[in-house]
Design a protein. Structure first.
Lengths: 281, 421
């Protein structure tokens, strides 16, 4: 076979797969969002954005992303540098830290629900230690901050590992010579981290942040398990339109709004963390 | 033709005929009811044991409608019989359901049989089983009943006073309300609170009487367990005693009565100034136009309506028969308790029965959301009652005008779409 054609032949199956199961449904969803029984319309978008819950769910989604992603970024950087410094047991620690990745997000939500609910572990522990007399309900409409904190903790626990694995791989690619040169010139460990690790990690940081931010805008199952209707998010509204109100047009409209937000943030992150032309590792 | 394509052709041919054979042998009963594992198992082993080869598959509403719609738009399918609530059927296009007039089957109640026509002239599903919403209480709560109150003729004011007494005595709010994501709170507003206070649902949605109703709801909420926003099946909270007094669907209270029959009492819903509002729940069986074997599907529907099947269904699901049958004496405690409470409720002199929303088509979900949104805004978010009612009224009016649904009881009949006054 012509070697020039070979790469295209090799990516053909996955291209076909994506066209059939991603592009084609995407076109259908876009069509649904912009049409009703009488043809082209913006009424689906008007309906969903005018609903009283839309601004609240938009705000909640952003707030959650804003609270969770920076903490996860810091944590995963810390964990990645720790792991690379380890001489023994590195693989074991990595496996343990990535366990939450193997759990479905709904299961993760249910695990944290078992901790926070009225008859949950946290209450029985505090009761056992004599800190409280009777179990309190943490996840109630009267304590929105607590609901938010519970969702935040569950999200951090669940999805930090995905950034960690990308960053560990990225750090492994940084040539040792830079660090050796840094040490020769007397750079402290903190300076080496700031001046060598961080800049050299740019491509990995970009990937990790893009992935994580997109996931943050799609957050659904964890919120559903812990907050129910107390903490509306965009994806939850999509689900409600599709399955409770059987309104596919409106569901498609919110899905497109989420897509637009995700694309915007992807572009911003790509631009902010771009590797300058000509610079290579 | 190459050898490979011959082999592929033969294989797909065999695969196709295999599915065709299995589709003919089994009737797929695609249901939104009897979902809990024990109920589904009881449906398979007891209710459907004499009905030939039936594959009973219960599902959540979402997957249920998704597969059904996929089969309908493909024009061919494997679902033989649909089992669902009235609301699920009324959200379908009537043309997608097979006319069941020739079966000559129906419920003992003409109201139910009329609902089953979905606004057409033909029977599009056959009423299958019914239930209602009642109150249940832990016997420990009875000593806190306000003076002069009789549990069987309770008013909303007495209920609030009772729950307040319990809260004062125990230090905890122990009234439970199904306000969780899967809870049936909207039915409480549509079938209980509104009829009891306004003698209507749609016409009176934003009336002065409705403002009073929501004020009472606020009072009740003040003595309601704040965890109620996570409660969807009150039997759980009754059993773990987070809740002593509860309102819910009869089948969502059943486990409490069956596990500890001596600890709980069932009683009618409370009454307001306009009477004791209450609402039935009705499930039906129908056939989609894409059913593979029409005769087998119709035979299965006929089986579901037999008196002995209806009693087996009652034991399996805690839903009551829709045909006239003599109930045996050895029914589970939940059935006896619920049956008793429903009987007292419907026979009470101030009974003000409501009907299920009818004629809303696929806007049933939007209609429910008007009430859920009103609840979340007034009760949970603390927004002013009049302003919220005025705002939600616009949505309700749009739904009624779009669907043209006429008023149903207890609203006074209307010419054309039911007006919001």
């Amino acid at each position: 076979m012509n070697p020039r054609l070979l790469p295209y032949v090799l990516i053909l199956p996955v291209t076909l797969f994506l066209c059939l199961f991603f592009l084609y449904p995407f076109v259908l969803v876009a069509q649904q969002a912009f049409s009703n029984s009488s043809g082209f319309t913006m009424s689906n978008f008007r309906d969903v954005t005018e609903h009283w819950k839309f601004p609240i769910s938009l705000k909640n989604t952003f707030l959650l992303a804003l609270a969770v992603v920076p903490i996860q970024l810091a944590l995963s950087l810390l964990m990645a540098t720790m792991v690379t410094k380890m001489k023994k047991g590195r693989d074991l620690i990595l496996y343990v830290w990535t366990i939450p990745l193997g759990i479905s997000d709904l299961a993760a939500g249910i695990i944290w629900l078992a901790i926070f609910e009225q008859s949950g572990f946290l209450n029985s522990m505090m009761g056992g230690l004599g800190l409280i007399d009777s179990p309190t309900n943490f996840l109630s409409y009267t304590s929105p901050v607590m609901v938010f904190v519970a969702i935040m903790l569950a999200e951090i626990w669940r999805a930090t590992a995905i950034m960690l694995v990308i960053l560990v791989a990225g750090i492994g690619l940084i040539p040792k010579e830079y660090y050796e040169a840094g040490e020769v010139f007397g750079a402290t460990p903190w300076q080496r981290f700031l001046k060598i690790t961080l800049p050299m990690l740019r491509p990995s940081l970009q990937t990790a942040l893009v992935l994580r931010v997109i996931l943050a805008f799609e957050v659904f199952a964890v919120v559903q398990a812990l907050g129910g209707t107390l903490f509306p998010v965009l994806m939850g509204e999509t689900y409600a339109y599709q399955f409770e109100l059987l309104n596919s047009g409106a569901a498609a409209a919110i899905a497109l709004i989420i897509l637009a937000i995700s694309i915007t943030f992807t572009l911003i992150i790509m631009r902010a963390l771009r590797v300058p032309k000509g610079a290579t590792i | 033709m190459t050898l490979l394509s011959k082999v592929i052709g033969a294989a797909s041919g065999i695969a196709l005929s295999c599915t065709a054979i299995s589709a003919q042998a089994e009737v797929l009963f695609w249901s939104t009811q009897a979902k809990p594992v024990e109920e589904a198992q009881a449906m398979r082993e007891q209710v459907l044991s004499g009905a030939g080869d039936v594959d009973y598959q219960p599902n959540d509403g979402g997957p249920w409608i998704t597969r059904l719609n996929a089969e309908l738009s493909a024009g061919s399918g494997s679902i033989g019989v649909l089992g669902a609530l009235h609301g699920d059927f009324s959200a379908m296009n009537p043309d997608d359901l097979v006319n069941l007039d020739d079966l000559g089957l129906g419920a003992a109640s003409d109201t139910f049989n009329n609902l089953a026509k979905l606004g057409t002239d033909n029977t599009l599903y056959v009423p299958w089983m019914q239930a209602s919403y009642i109150m249940a209480a832990n016997k420990k709560a009875l000593e806190h009943l306000p003076e002069g109150a009789d549990i069987n003729t309770l008013t909303y004011d007495q209920l609030i006073a009772w729950a307040t007494n319990v809260k004062e005595a125990t230090g905890e709010a122990k009234f439970g309300f199904p306000a969780g994501p899967k809870g049936l709170k909207h039915r409480f507003f549509q079938g209980y609170l509104y009829p009891s206070y306004t003698n209507g649902v749609v016409r009176t949605f934003a009336s002065d009487k409705a403002v009073t109703a929501w004020e009472k709801m606020k009072e009740l909420w003040a003595v309601t367990n704040p965890g109620s926003t996570n409660f969807s099946f009150l039997q759980e909270q009754l059993l773990n005693e987070d809740v002593w007094i509860a309102f819910d669907h009869t089948s969502r209270l059943a486990a409490a009565f069956n596990e500890r029959p001596d600890d709980f009492v069932a009683f009618p819903a409370p009454a307001g100034p306009e009477g004791r509002g209450f609402m039935p729940v009705i499930a039906g069986v129908g056939i989609p136009r894409t059913a593979p074997d029409m005769e087998a599907s119709k035979a299965l529907i006929a089986h579901m309506l037999k008196p002995e099947t209806q009693i087996a269904t009652l034991r399996a699901t805690n839903f009551f028969p829709v045909v006239d049958v003599e109930l045996p004496g050895d029914l589970p405690p939940s059935v006896q308790a619920a049956g008793n409470a429903v009987a007292i409720m419907s026979a009470s002199p101030d009974a003000n029965p409501g009907l299920l929303p009818a004629g809303l088509g696929d806007k049933g979900g939007d209609f429910n959301r008007v009430f859920v949104d009103t609840f979340e805004r007034i009760i949970l978010a603390g927004q002013p009652i009049e302003a919220v009612l005025e705002d939600q009224k616009k949505t309700l009016m749009r739904i009624m005008e779009e669907t043209g649904a006429p008023c149903w009881a207890p609203d006074a009949p209307s010419e054309g779409a039911c007006p919001v006054e």
